[in-house]
Design a protein around this ligand. Sequence first.
Ligand code: AMP
Length: 590
Amino acid sequence: MKFSAIAEVFDKLESTASRLEMTSILAEFFKTLEPEDIKPIIYLTQGKIAPDFAGVELGMADRLVAKAIAFTVGETESSISEMMIKLGDPGTVAEKLIADKKQMTLFSETLTLGRVISSLTAIAQTEGRDSQGRKMKYLSNMLHDSDPVEARYLCRIVTGRMRTGVAAMTVLDALALSFADKDARPEIERAYNVTSDLGLVGATLAGHGMAGISKIRVKLGNPIRVMLAERLPSLAHILEKMGGECAMEYKYDGIRVQAHIGPDGVKLYSRRLEDLTSNFPDIAESLKSRLNGKDAIIEGECVAIDKEGKMMPFQTVTHRRRKHGMDDAVNDYPVNIFMFDILYLNGKDLTTLPYTERRKLLSDSFSISGKIGLTTMMLVSGPEEAETFFEDALRARCEGIMAKSIGRESVYRAGSRGFLWIKYKKDYSTNLMDSFDLVVVGAFYGMGKRAGKYGALLMAAFNHDTGMYSTVCKLGTGFDDAFLDELPEMLDPYKSEKRPLSVDSKMVPDVWFEPTLVLEVTGAEISVSPIHTAASGIEGEDSGIAIRFPRFTGRVRNDRGPDQATTVEEIEEMYRLQPGKSEFGDAKDL
Ligand code: AMP
């Protein structure tokens, strides 16, 4: 299959912001494909050549791509770098220059999907001496034979900047439309949630239909998309929502891991499904030796502890996320795991069992001691009990509690955020809002002391229904000088010359960014805003909601992807549950 046909579809997808239109473009396209091409094409729609958890990194730096473009079109590297700064994206630069050069090229060989995939694979796998030079050549060889639109997408894929705005959920919608019917959509999504592999789901559906999809099961070594919690503003609300009784667990402030423990070893995945095994070798080892059984998939929170065994704040455990010097970090920052769920045991999928059965299997399957613990849990049926448990959790240096449904419906809902789990944190009880994980979509240049730097950021929440990022505040507080100095390095790779299609904003910042970086932000309250676009129309036409007095907590949430940020729906729910009306009036000045 010609790569130009695929690039043409990417171009069409990029020119629409409507999720419905994207779905129908993709669905029409999928119908025309050979089953074996579906898998790689689905990965390419996400700017990848493998599922996220496979850890295949293309990650070519802009400078190297500039070199490849320069080499291909016979320009100097510095002139390409200058164009990149102006146009903000290597893809656009390559497209422009290849268009100019095309009239002069005599010999070129058509780019096929197979050739693109094998060259991208070679780029990902090349290591060792002169690996940069070889990567550059692989890209340049493809650019030599590409048309301008192909060149745009090749450069975007290798630099991790695919901008078609196609969310995983849109791919699933399109697959259902192409190969099944609407009713099949939940079953297709289930298959994705238990495998975290869009390509596999697409290929199975195209090759074997719904019969194939229904056979997809939880598999050891294949990470499961994590279940997430909703939030409510008081323990009383939580108990009411849970029907008067529930399990409550301490909410530990660490790094979530999903451990796949098998006869051949242990793999630990983060909540974004990255491989974290090398960061917690001690935990992997202890889990394996303390499992009473053949294999298991469990989830838990890794928390740093001090010499007396007391829990340390989140920042301490993040020392384990560094890339080098892990041996020292293992000694310097001891970590325990507090397990809270079991999803698979001795070859059996447990995700459809209710909470209490899973909890029992979890505690029966491990010898609990040393580094391996269970989350502290209590069955709660009254507000006083809940309050006491919550205070105990804070005393034990936890963030708050997690309430968990104990009804028959309390299965592990992979990939979904719902009221089967409800979190309640310390911040809520001090009348401040909970912290939000918001995505940077723009920046404003600073003035005065911040001149020449980014002084404030435009922050957005994720709208799960539309796949868009809607703005909720302008953030300029809580930054120290070191952070402001680091910001350009963190953000500039995601610069966009115009508003990214996935961003919904009335405000126009000085610089736009592809939604990528997630920051933790606290706020004083949520109010109606004529400026911000989240929950647009909530109190009449032209009104959205905004977070008032936002403040950066100092935490960069590298463990969260932008689509795992706080959702617009969550903020809307908090707005509705907020006691009383705003004492600050409308948020016109935000
Ligand atoms: P949040 O990050 O505020 O959305 O809260 C959800 C996160 O809390 C999960 O992803 C886990 O990392 C963490 N967590 C801590 N303790 C527990 C627990 N007992 N049960 C489930 N999740 C927990």
